[in-house]
Design a protein around this ligand. Structure first.
Ligand code: ADP
Length: 166
């Protein structure tokens, strides 16, 4: 009698509020821009329910591409990767929300688009690892680092949804 279990109360709104709001740097790569996939890619993050706080079309200089991908410097494909990212404008985005880093990785799919699940961005829209249309930060720490790297002060906007009580 003493060890009777507490009744299980499921309060999804409270569970969600306990999870952390984080930030992800998402980028439509040059092939995505050139193939007219910018709207489609933005739309997937909007529909999921994340908040866009930064957005710009940008021709990335070589030095910035090298800094962004510095952990991959020793990889044989590194020079090709830098050529790819600097081959035309990219669309830089900062997205915010509960679990956005992990969720964006799921929405984007595996690095190799042929291994990415149908329904993911890469699974639906790409075929080559070297042309995989979109980037998403791989940790909340890298989300913060990459947003600071790609955006200047004043380019990130904080805002509240219109549905919030006014
Ligand atoms: P992800 O972008 O899925 O986080 P990585 O961080 O491993 O993947 O790699 C960064 C990017 O480098 C990939 O998105 C892809 O554009 C490129 N890349 C990774 N592996 C290869 C490869 N074997 N050949 C060519 N490009 C690659």
């Amino acid at each position: 009698k003493k060890n009777r279990k507490k009744p299980h109360i499921f309060l999804p709104h409270l569970v969600a509020s306990l999870e952390k709001v984080d930030k992800s740097y998402i980028m439509v790569k040059p092939d995505g821009v050139q193939r007219g996939l910018v709207g489609e890619i933005i739309s997937r993050f909007e529909k999921k329910g994340f908040k866009l706080t930064g957005l710009k079309l940008f021709q990335c200089p070589k030095e910035l591409a090298e800094e962004h991908y510095k952990d991959l410097k020793s990889k044989p494909f590194f020079p090709k990767l830098i050529d790819y990212i600097t081959s035309g404008p990219v669309v830089c985005m900062a997205w915010e929300g509960v679990g956005v880093v992990a969720s964006a990785r799921k929405l984007i799919g595996a690095t190799n688009p042929l291994q990415a699940e149908p329904g993911t961005i890469r699974g639906d829209l790409a075929v080559q690892t070297g042309r995989n249309v979109v980037h998403g930060s791989d940790s909340p720490e890298n989300g913060e680092r990459e947003i600071a790297l790609w955006f200047k002060e004043g380019e990130i906007c904080e805002w509240s949804p219109a549905q919030a009580p006014c």
